[in-house]
Write a protein that binds this ligand. Structure first.
Ligand SMILES: [Zn+2]
Length: 188
């Protein structure tokens, strides 16, 4: 891993890696992809250090962790949503202006048509054979933005509904109701 770090001369990325290692447990390829995606998004959406951002990751694997530790996006504060699609893809947006119904976001993928130019990285991505994180990350450093594809997307701003709580008629526990249902989701 020290060998990889010596290949990186951007102090910002080095400090991001320093935060990710104890949080994620080690620097995985997926976590490093998250750093690169975040760097692209910060540039294109003009995201500043303390801007509140919202992230949707399309995999549970590794990718969500950089956004939790580097952007403060968590499942509990609704800054992070995870879809179990098994895709190296994420969508990010800044907080909408008050009253806006739509907000511009950016969806970024690790593009297999582009990783094909980097055989070791591509073999890791397609899970063709065992590739070490060191080797895969070295390729990602070499490739930089060249293996990603992105598009701007218009995202609806979620409407905040008034919270209503009821007691379930079956189990007697309280729960947040969505419509006017009598039973909690567990009992239903
Ligand atoms: Zn119940």
């Amino acid at each position: 891993m020290d060998e990889i770090l010596s290949k990186i001369d951007d102090p910002k990325i080095l400090s991001q890696i320093e935060k990710i290692i104890p949080f994620h447990g080690y620097l995985s390829t997926g976590a490093f992809i998250g750093i690169q995606m975040l760097t692209i998004a910060q540039r294109l959406l003009d995201i500043k250090e303390d801007d509140k951002v919202y992230v949707t990751c399309e995999t549970f694997n590794c990718l969500p962790d950089p956004f939790q530790i580097l952007c403060g996006c968590t499942v509990g504060n609704k800054g992070l949503k995870i879809l179990d699609y098994g895709k190296m893809a994420m969508t990010i947006n800044k907080a909408a202006k008050p009253g806006d119904k739509m907000v511009q976001g950016l969806r970024i993928i690790l593009d297999p048509a582009k990783t094909a130019d980097y055989p070791i990285l591509h073999a890791w991505y397609m899970n063709e054979r065992k590739i070490s994180h060191e080797d895969a990350i070295s390729e990602l450093i070499k490739a930089g933005d060249a293996v990603y594809t992105w598009e701007y997307v218009d995202l609806p701003v979620p409407v905040k509904l008034k919270k209503k709580v009821a007691i379930c008629r079956k189990c007697g526990e309280s729960f947040v109701i969505i419509d006017d249902e009598d039973f909690c989701r567990t009992c239903f």
